[in-house]
Each structure stands twice: as structure tokens, then as C-alpha cells.
Design a protein around this ligand. Structure first.
Ligand SMILES: [Zn+2]
Length: 449
């Protein structure tokens, strides 16, 4: 069955982030077939039109880093007001008890929340694999398919537990063979290639210091052999740099390079504490950076050098990060945070709302190694986010696109993924939201108990 049997014109939006599509876009099946100039009518014969005169049209937003399971430990008192390492060690003891049922509802909730914020492609980094979570990624694939969201799911891993001087409890670490076999199985079972892929699998050790050197190297080899992407946390805090220097005798980026990861196949979460020379090396390699502004502020981790990284040649994307350090999964709100944090790091004339929208769309798509999403040009996937400005917070706004960030857009009115509406009038279609919230709340209480 096709996504859109009809040729649909998203007609004359009130505003559009892409001037080339100011008159809207024409959708056939799962793709955009025409971008319509301002005031024009499509050259393509049209079967139907959606009146977007009250909407601001953006490409569907792309989230590049999350930990869906952490929605179950939001605003968790014992972990509040802590920096990364003590925050992690406090929460690992809770996360060690996670079950597949809990992960399923946490993933569903996080993806619905992202969709409602205008996000059409979600990434998740799941690295907690206790005995009860052998099928964690299978569970997430099933949830993403049910919701019709595009998903970049990463097979995370931890192989160095407390017995070996690591941070996580021994019950959530696995041996290298199991991790690699499972990674290979998931690629074979779920990884789709080419334009329009709805599910992709990447390999994602939690961080270079939570797995063995051998596993870093073997993950890079397997990713190369199977042509999938690599993802990990890197250069998030100064503590981490000191820890790597103690453990490996080198800085985090040197270790990344030494294990075969400094490449355009890799995208990194955070990427804050890089010096000028390291930024040049990352740019030359084409390594992507998932900028996580809220999380970086909550944990006091630092300010990502987004402009220098982008200028050096890195794809720079945006991410909400896990919900124990944000604690929402709202990518529209994250754009506002990125704009404000960018203004602190740089100056008002150096970081605009257009820059941030680029990070959340095309830049994020680049992190995921994709050029079929993140834009409104003909040939791209019909992934769209439409926002209305009829809330008190927007009243009086002159520039509708800038208003999304400056006035704090937090909920899309309509969201389309691969040519299908998945959110209408601010509600996720085919989802009983009240039932989901009740189920999620029960799971969170059970996990904390
Ligand atoms: Zn993270």
C-alpha cells in the first residue's frame, strides 16, 4: 500500500524555513516531488491540497541522540544536582533492574513525545543489557514500526564493569563475543539501506572507557564490513578527559583515532572538550557531532563549539539526549536551548534561528549519514513538521520562523513521516495518549521501587 495514493499539495504555508518551498511542497507516495515558490501553483497535477495558511512548515526534525529508557528516571531525586560521573553511578543501580516491558513503554513514550514536538527521525542509544534485556533493540524496532516513526537505533554496549574499574555494575556489562554476535544479528534482521530507510542499526559502545579496547576496534571493523554507522559518547566533560588520560595515557580523541573510529562513519554525542587541533582532525575526517544543549547545561558539562566544528567540516546535529539529564524529549524546545546557548558561546550575530534549524534538520541527517531526510527539496522523503502560532506565547510575532525558537514552540500541530500523517491537531494518530501515560507512569514507579 502506498503512503499517499493522491498527489497532495501542502498549500501556501504561512511561512517556511526554506525560501525555495515558500509556496509549499507537493507529496506523492513517500516523497516530496516539488517545492513550490512563493505565490505560485504547482507544475505537478494535484489530486488534493492541505491548507497550510496557518502553519509554519519545516522539514521533519531529526534527533541524533537519546536514551529512551531514561524517561523512566526523570527528575529522580537521588540523581539531582550531580555531575556526569556521580550522576551515572547513582542511576546505574536503578537502570540495572530495567525489564523489556519497561523499555518498550519508555521507548514508545519517548518516540511519541518526539513526534509531537515535530521530530520525524529518532535516534536512540541503548547500552543497558542486563539478562532481562536481551531483546532490547528488537523491542525498540517493534515500537518504532508501530508508531510509524523513522528510527536510527544503535546497539550500545558496556564490557568494563566495576570489577574491572569501570562505572557500571557487573550485571549490566556483557562479554565482547556476545556484544558482537548480537550486533551482527541486529544488522541482519533490521538494518535498511538507501533512500527512505525506516529502520537503521548502528554500533554504539556506551563510551570508549566503558568497553575494552578490543571491543572498540572490533566494533569499527564490523561497522566497516557491514557498512553501518558508529556512535558513542565523547568529550562530554573534563572529568572524562582526565579519566582517559589516566586510563589510556591519551586524550579521548586520540584514543578514538587509535581504535579506528575517527571517520565519517562515526557520529559522537556531545563533543564538547576538543581543542583547535582536534576540531580540525574531526572536520577532516567528517565525523558528526550530536549537540545536546539541555543535557550539557543540566549536568554542567560545558559548551559545544558548534560553529568551529561545522566550519571544520563536521556535520553538526541536535539532540535532546537521555531523559535523566534534560529531562524532556522535545526537539522543538531543544532548538530554543541551542539558540540561547549559542548566543552565550558566540554572539547574537553569529548564531541565528536558521543555523539552529539547519542543525536540527540537515545537520542531524548528516550525523546519521543520510541525505534523503532533513530538507524540503524534490526527491527528499516527505517528512514534515507544521507548527501553528495561535497560542498566547506567539501572539504579535512578526517573523513566524524565528518565533518558533524565540517564543518557544513545543508542540507541532501536524507531523508527516514518509508521506503519512502521524500527528494531527497536536495529537499522535493511532495512540491512546492517556493510556500510554498511565502505563508509562506505572513502569516508572515499578523501576524505582
Ligand atoms: Zn547520552
Amino acid at each position: 500500500m502506498t503512503a499517499n495514493a493522491q498527489t497532495l499539495w501542502i498549500r501556501h504555508p504561512r511561512a517556511c524555513s526554506d525560501p525555495a518551498a515558500a509556496g509549499g511542497v507537493v507529496i506523492r507516495d513517500e516523497r516530496i516531488v516539488e517545492a513550490v515558490p512563493a505565490g505560485a501553483t504547482p507544475a505537478t497535477p494535484i489530486d488534493a491540497a492541505f491548507d497550510a495558511s496557518r502553519h509554519v512548515l519545516l522539514p521533519g526534525l531529526v534527533n541524533t541522540h537519546h536514551h529512551f529508557y531514561q524517561t523512566l528516571t526523570r527528575a529522580y531525586s537521588p540523581a539531582l544536582n550531580k555531575a556526569l560521573f556521580p550522576w551515572l553511578t547513582t542511576l546505574y543501580d536503578v537502570w540495572a533492574h530495567l525489564t523489556e516491558e519497561q523499555l518498550a513503554v519508555a521507548s514508545e513514550l519517548a518516540m511519541v513525545e518526539l513526534l509531537m514536538s515535530g521530530c520525524t527521525t529518532v535516534a536512540d542509544h541503548h547500552y543497558v543489557f542486563s539478562g532481562a534485556l536481551e531483546h532490547a533493540i528488537d523491542v525498540q524496532v517493534a515500537a518504532a514500526r508501530r508508531l510509524g516513526v523513522r528510527a536510527a537505533l544503535t546497539r550500545g554496549s558496556m564490557s568494563v564493569g566495576r570489577d574491572d574499574g569501570g562505572l557500571p555494575p557487573q550485571s549490566v556489562v556483557q562479554d565482547e563475543r556476545t556484544i558482537l554476535d548480537e550486533s551482527a544479528r541486529l544488522i541482519g534482521a533490521y538494518h535498511q539501506r538507501g533512500d527512505g530507510a525506516m529502520t537503521t542499526i548502528a554500533l554504539a559502545p556506551c563510551s570508549p572507557f566503558s568497553v575494552s579496547r578490543e571491543l572498540m576496534q572490533e566494533s569499527a571493523r564490523l561497522a566497516e564490513a557491514r557498512d553501518v554507522r558508529l556512535h558513542t559518547h565523547l568529550a562530554e566533560t573534563e572529568d572524562e578527559t582526565a579519566y582517559c588520560e589516566r586510563l589510556f595515557g591519551m586524550r579521548p580523541l586520540d584514543y578514538l583515532e587509535a581504535t579506528g573510529w575517527l571517520s565519517s562513519r562515526t557520529w559522537l554525542a556531545h563533543g564538547i572538550h576538543f581543542d583547535d587541533g582536534e576540531i580540525a582532525r574531526l572536520g577532516a575526517a567528517g565525523t558528526g557531532i550530536a549537540h545536546c544543549p539541555s543535557s550539557n547545561m543540566v549536568l554542567g558539562s560545558g559548551l559545544c563549539r558548534t560553529l568551529e566544528l561545522e566550519a571544520a567540516g563536521c556535520p553538526v546535529g541536535l539532540a535532546v539526549d537521555g531523559s535523566a539529564s534534560n529531562d524532556h524529549s522535545n526537539l522543538a524546545e531543544e532548538m530554543r536551548q541551542a539558540l540561547l546557548l549559542g548566543r552565550l558561546r558566540y554572539s547574537p550575530s553569529e548564531v541565528s534561528h536558521d543555523d539552529v534549524i539547519r542543525w536540527a534538520t540537515r545537520g542531524s541527517a548528516g550525523c546519521l549519514g543520510r541525505d534523503d531526510i532533513g530538507g524540503l527539496a524534490p526527491g527528499q522523503q516527505a517528512d514534515l513538521a507544521l507548527f501553528r502560532l495561535d497560542e498566547a506565547r506567539f501572539s504579535g510575532a512578526e517573523n513566524p520562523v524565528a518565533a518558533l525558537l524565540l517564543c518557544g514552540a513545543h508542540r507541532a500541530d501536524r507531523v508527516m513521516v514518509a508521506g503519512r500523517w502521524r500527528v494531527a491537531e497536536g495529537r499522535p494518530l493511532g495512540v491512546d495518549l492517556d493510556e500510554l501515560l498511565a502505563r508509562h507512569d506505572r513502569a516508572a514507579r515499578a523501576l524505582r521501587a
